[in-house]
Design a protein around this ligand. Structure first.
Ligand code: ATP
Length: 240
């Protein structure tokens, strides 16, 4: 039943000008799930994120969040419904401190003590952000900046967190730490939509996987169906 689902995309097509980068795309994220969307460069993963957040317009199809039709809802209203987005490339404010960056993830109208409570919750998941609260974000390592980007998204107290390529360009130990944190966040009841190029990592944590190939779904099912290299190749390139 739709109302039980966190996010549902029904035959969604979206894109830029005449070009549809996402075609007839359907996906369901149930409460508590981690769903991953995989695909090569240019497959349409970032377009999917933009479509979910409202920065890329939906041409046909329907998107619902928590049972509510959000297909044509503006960006800020989607955020208010509990959808948070950690976009590709971290985009932290390098000249601001870690604490200031986190503050920017909470609604401006939020009472100060509630901001504090949320920040403490983020610090529990990412202790390094407490240790470095007063440090300028730009001086931290890539992995720490990525933690900050996820932490900032958590400051909105989301029900679902959309992460676009959070392991991009990071060392294996940094990726370990991030994925450990994602598992913790999920255990606290936040559903996660994980958009990744890092196949092995994403499959290791998800309940359900979708592979995008040129804007269309080429695989849908449990992660076990993609563990074999041949299956993965077929999903990435075979359907073309
Ligand atoms: P990457 O991993 O490189 O970010 P991706 O899977 O996220 O790839 P998208 O960025 O969604 O893929 O791109 C899907 C298609 O849409 C590509 O053909 C791309 O060239 C095109 N595209 C993406 N953004 C725009 C834009 N702003 N205007 C026009 N075309 C775009």
């Amino acid at each position: 039943r739709d109302t039980d689902d966190v996010l549902v995309l029904d035959n969604v097509s979206s894109g830029y000008g005449d070009m549809l980068a996402l075609r007839d795309f359907s996906l369901r994220v149930a409460p508590g799930q981690i769903v991953t969307v995989l695909g090569a460069n240019g497959a349409g993963k970032s377009t999917l994120c933009g479509t979910l957040m409202g920065t890329v317009g939906t041409r046909t199809g329907r998107i619902t969040a928590f049972g509510r039709d959000i297909t044509h809802l503006p960006v800020h209203e989607r955020a208010r419904l509990g959808i948070a987005y950690c976009q590709e490339g971290r985009r932290v404010f390098g000249d601001l401190t870690v604490a200031e960056n986190l503050r920017l993830g909470a609604p401006l109208s939020l009472p100060r003590d509630e901001v504090g409570t949320r920040m403490e919750r983020v610090h529990t998941v990412f202790p390094v952000l407490a240790e470095r609260a007063g440090q300028r974000a730009g001086t931290m390592s890539g992995g720490q900046q990525q933690m900050l980007a996820v932490g900032r998204a958590l400051m909105a107290d989301p029900s679902v967190l959309i992460c676009d390529e959070i392991s991009l360009g990071l060392a294996p130990v940094a990726i370990d730490a991030l994925y450990q944190a994602l598992a913790e966040i999920n255990a606290q009841g936040v559903a996660i939509l994980l958009v990744e190029q890092n196949v092995k990592r994403a499959l290791g944590i998800c309940d359900h996987a979708v592979v995008l190939s040129r804007g269309r779904v080429s695989y849908r099912g449990g992660p076990e169906g993609l563990l074999d290299d041949a299956d993965l190749d077929a999903a990435y390139f075979g359907a073309a």
